[in-house]
Every structure is written in C-alpha cells, then in structure tokens.
Design a protein around this ligand. Structure first.
Ligand SMILES: *Cc1c(COP(=O)(O)O)cnc(C)c1O
Length: 428
C-alpha cells in the first residue's frame, strides 16, 4: 500500500518531524511495515536499516517474542496510574535493572522518555544536596559535545554551541562546561586530557552538584569515542571533591558498545544512571533512572522527603512488560559475540574510507560506526540517494553513521558500509 500524494502533502505542510522545518522540509519516506533488519517503504522499496530507530531496535523489528509480550500484557491492562498502585511488570523490570547494573545501583525511577530520565537524575542530585543543607551546590559540570535530551534541564547540559539548542542560551540555566575528552583509548591516554576538568572541579566544587557524562561514546552531540581512563579519573575526582557522578547511558546501554553498560569498561560505578532507548527493544518509549541507597536515603531526609517527579505514564505496564521481554531476549542471545562481529566488520569496511579526501575521520566502537566527513552533508540530496542505494541511514551535519540491530547479517551490514563508501566517494 502506498501513501497518496495528498497524504504526503499533508505531512509536508502540517507535521513536524524531529528537528525539521515546515517551510522547507527535508524529504520523508513513508514506511508500511518493518521486519527484522528491513523497513518496507510505501514506495515499494525494502531498505536495510542502519539506524535501529536511533539506537533502540536492537533485536530488529516485529520480533515475535516482543509482539507476544505486548499481546499478553494488553489483555491484562495497558496502563494504570503508578500513584498508589503497583504491578508485576514494573516490579519485575526494576528487579532486573537492579540485578544487571552495578551492585550499588539499587533504587529505580521509571520515566517515560530519555529526556525525562535525565531531568529526574538532575533533580535527584539537587535534592541530595538540599537534604544536606548545601543548596549552593546547584550547578552541573559536563563536557562539550554532549547530548542529554530536549527538555529544558537536559538541554542545559547539552553542548551549548554545536548542539541543537544554541538559540535557547538566554533562558537556560548556565552550567559549567569543559572540553570534551580527546583521547580515544587507554593506549593513547595523556593526563592532559582531564586537566581542565580536574582544575575546574578543584576551583568550583562547592557549587557543583554533579558531573553528567555519556560514558565511552558521546551520541547525538558528535558521535565521539573516548578512553575509559577518562571515566576512572572523573570518578576519583568526584570522590575527592564530594561531587555526584551521573552517567547517561540512554544511548550506550544494553550492549551497544560491547559491554552491557559502557561504564563497565572503566570498572567504575556512577551515583546515578540513566537508561532508555534500547530498554524496550525499540517498541515503546520508556526510560529509567537508577541510584544508590545513599542518594535515595539522603533525599528522603529533607522536607517531605519526596523525590519530586511523577509523570502520568510512569511505569506504564505495557512498556515495562516489553522491556522485560526485550532484556530477557538480549541476555539469552549471544549479544557480545554479535556486537564484536559487527565491530570487527565495521573496522574492516569503514576504516579504509579514511584515505578519501572527503572523509575527516572514521570511528568504530562496538556496534557503532561513524564516518565524519570534511563537509556538511546536504540532507535534501543525501537522504534520497541513500534510499536509492537500498539503505536507511540518517546522517546529521558532517556525520554519516550507523548503529544497527545486533542481529544484522554480515552481507546486509556490507550493504550499509558500501552505501557509506559510495556517499563518501560521491562527496569528493
Ligand atoms: C536520546 C538520548 C536522550 C534523550 O532521550 P529521549 O527518549 O529522546 O528523550 C538523552 N541522552 C542520550 C545520551 C540520548 O542518546
């Protein structure tokens, strides 16, 4: 079935897509259905999906086990309020999250989107210091090139310039930014990389509530990879100066970088952890913020002791039931082997693109492959060209990148990397 011209015209004229312009929208493609690693477009084309719908569809689309989990849960209840009520899907999910994350992460807030999970993390950190009569510790420190979401608190800790939110600078609270990590791995580690963060915390720790970072891979703020040693040192600095550490694993969580959570690669534990995106295998919006008993108990000592957040769709039973199924499916699968195989193949097939004059740099980490171009890619022409090449890849700025489902067959992965090569060659 195809979309009619008038439906497509309505879409162009009336519906915003993420970060788009209603006057001169970039092309959009209708999707009829999705199955495994393929999207069936309404124009009749079947394309290989390189995006996993922005890090989330880690098992591929239309998975029978996840479909069954939805069916079973809808027959019981799709939603009930979480105020004063509780249910098995939420309890089971929270138990699982507590079990699969570091031992100290013990308390769970079920949020309805990644941005909300970040807002909750920021609130937890502020309330932790209010409870100790330290309200002046109300600033967040972060690194440039970060991305933490689109709501106002989250925006205030995104990269202030390169990001998508520069125009709001005047209304956002001003937090503290240091340069993004530069060392790509522990072999190339240089202590200079952390010097600015260290001296800034030393000078300003009395006003800093927490440091917030995306561990190992920075996502939408630049798709950059950095050394675990950076995180080990951040953890030490936080402990030394009495600053909380928030890790935003909304993009990196659930195996994407080769470990179940990216912080494991640095052998550290955050005080607060944000999860989202892949948590339901890409089926529904759900996220979670975890913290330690210490943070939770401290928050509980101040004022009414309540953590001041509670969205309408908090702990949605349908979303929790799918998350339970998705995590079960992940842990029962050879995900480490699959992610490693993708990493090896991306390294072999993308690294050679670095010799092209149109390519600035290639970065590979786990099941993430990034080709940073020298010039900004023109979405009006590149997006249809990629579809013509039989793939779904959505570049932004100078970044042509993929983060496929872990079950991506190797010949289909090659189709994705070949399309990236073609774009890089055609951009010369
Ligand atoms: C996507 C993302 C968010 C925001 O999540 P939404 O579900 O889009 O609100 C926050 N942090 C990181 C690291 C992300 O990748």
């Amino acid at each position: 079935m195809s979309l009619t011209d008038s439906q497509l015209a309505f879409d162009r004229e009336h519906i915003w897509h993420p970060y788009t312009n209603l006057k001169n929208p970039t092309p959009v493609f209708g999707v009829e259905s999705a199955e495994g690693v393929y999207l069936n477009l309404t124009n009749g084309q079947k394309v290989v999906d390189g995006m996993a719908s922005w890090w989330s569809a880690i098992h591929g689309y239309n998975h029978p086990f996840l479909n069954q989990a939805i069916e079973k849960q809808t027959k019981k209840m799709s939603h009930v309020m979480f105020g004063g009520l509780t249910h098995e899907p939420a309890i089971k999910l929270s138990q699982t999250l507590v079990n699969i994350t570091a031992a100290k992460l013990d308390c769970v807030f079920l949020a309805d989107s990644g941005s909300v999970a970040v807002e909750v993390a920021l609130k937890m950190a502020l309330q932790f210091w209010y409870s100790q009569a330290r309200p002046e510790k109300n600033k967040f420190l972060t690194v440039r090139n970060g991305y933490h979401g689109d709501t106002f608190g989250a925006m205030s800790v995104c990269d202030p310039e390169n990001g998508m939110h520069a125009m709001f600078a005047g209304v956002l609270p001003s937090h503290i930014f240091v340069d993004a990590p530069g060392c790509k791995d522990d072999d190339s580690w240089n202590d200079e990389d952390i010097a600015q963060l260290k001296s800034t915390v030393a000078a300003r720790h009395t006003e800093i509530a927490a440091i917030i970072l995306e561990p190992i891979v920075q996502g939408a703020g630049g798709m950059r990879v950095y050394a675990p040693e950076y995180l080990r040192q951040v953890r030490q600095i936080c402990d030394e100066y009495g600053v909380l550490l928030i890790l935003d694993e909304i993009a990196t969580g659930f195996g994407r970088t080769g470990s179940l959570f990216a912080y494991e690669q640095a052998q550290i534990v955050p005080d607060i952890l944000c999860l989202g995106k892949a948590i339901t295998g890409g089926y529904m919006s759900l996220a979670a913020t975890l913290t330690t008993q210490n943070v939770a108990q401290t928050i509980s000592r101040f004022g009414g002791g309540n953590l001041m957040h509670g969205p309408t769709f908090m702990g949605n039973p349908l979303a929790c039931a799918i998350a339970n199924a998705s995590i079960e499916l992940l842990l029962a699968s050879p995900w480490q082997k699959n992610v490693l195989a993708i990493e090896t193949q991306l390294e072999a097939e993308l690294r050679p693109l670095e010799s092209l004059p149109s390519v600035h740099e290639v970065r590979v980490k786990g099941a993430v492959g990034v080709v940073e171009m020298v010039q900004t890619l023109d979405m009006h022409t590149i997006q249809p060209r990629l579809v013509e090449l039989g793939v779904w890849i959505r570049p932004f700025g100078k970044l042509l990148y993929i983060m496929p489902a872990y079950c991506m067959p190797s010949d289909e992965l090659s189709k994705l990397t070949r399309a990236m090569l073609t774009i890089a060659e055609e951009s010369i």
